[in-house]
Design a protein around this ligand. Structure first.
Ligand SMILES: Nc1ncnc2c1ncn2[C@@H]1O[C@H](COP(=O)(O)OP(=O)(O)OP(=O)(O)O)[C@@H](O)[C@H]1O
Ligand SMILES: [Mg+2]
Length: 219
């Protein structure tokens, strides 16, 4: 679904932080992306989401060379990618419900057609009591779960999650991992960036390991 060939990335005039990345995120695949802090996990996710262009190499997304995509091409492709950002990026002036419903509202869907789905998903991530709370009064783990619900609400083809269990306790981390696996079983490709070894030990899954700018893949 997304393919990288000899991709390299540098920021400004700095050194290359990622080098010679060649890999594929297959349809309905499930993988962890790991490596030490600063290894480039977030940078790689941003390239997968087309928020950052590589400085060399080829990125193919859903059959198209990413470098040829125009501004108009991006929104329909991005809509098929759910992203959980490391820093959540919830909108402060909106409630949990409104934040999670936002991708659907932006698409012009009528609220009647999605209200119950949004409420159900928010309950599923354990935020039923927080439906009408703004992000400012949520704990770190609650914000994280709201961000996950927002990434999932539009049933993406690919889910990219950046440290999605970084702010929750181990039982909740296991529950969220099960949610991602269930999502994967229903057809979504999942990429989870994490350095939580405990989390990765819970499932047999492909690992993409970044170290010193390079990628090793353990299938
Ligand atoms: N906007 C930027 N401008 C310049 N350098 C950057 C920028 N973003 C990241 N970097 C550098 O790129 C490298 C990779 O950073 P990145 O955030 O991708 O790592 P990470 O693996 O996600 O780390 P963490 O586990 O701490 O989240 C680091 O050396 C970082 O300093
Ligand atoms: Mg990061």
């Amino acid at each position: 679904m997304i393919r990288f060939e000899n991709v390299g990335l540098r920021y400004d005039m700095g050194p290359e932080v990622l080098r010679d990345l060649t890999f594929e995120i297959g349809r309905q695949s499930f993988q962890f992306l790991t490596g030490p802090s600063g290894a480039g996990k977030t940078s790689l996710l941003r390239m997968l989401f087309l928020a950052l262009r590589p400085t060399r190499g080829l990125v193919t997304i859903m059959g198209r060379d990413a470098s040829t995509l125009t501004r108009e091409d991006l929104p329909p492709i991005r809509r098929r990618i759910g992203v959980v950002f490391q820093d959540f990026r919830l909108l402060d002036h909106m409630t949990t419900y409104e934040n999670v419903a936002l991708p659907l509202r932006v698409r012009g869907r009528a609220e009647d057609s999605y209200r119950q789905d949004v409420v159900d998903l928010i309950r599923w991530v354990g935020l039923g009591e927080r439906l009408n709370a703004p992000p400012a009064v949520l704990s770190g783990g609650e914000k994280q779960r709201a961000a996950i619900a927002r990434a999932l609400i539009d049933q993406p083809d690919i889910l990219l999650a950046d440290e999605p269990t970084g702010n929750v306790d181990p039982p909740l981390a296991r529950r969220l991992l099960r949610l991602f696996m269930e999502l994967n079983r229903t057809g979504t490709a999942v990429v989870i960036a994490t350095h939580d070894l405990g989390l990765m030990e819970q499932v047999e899954a492909r690992r993409l390991v970044l170290s010193e700018g390079r990628l090793e893949i353990y299938d």
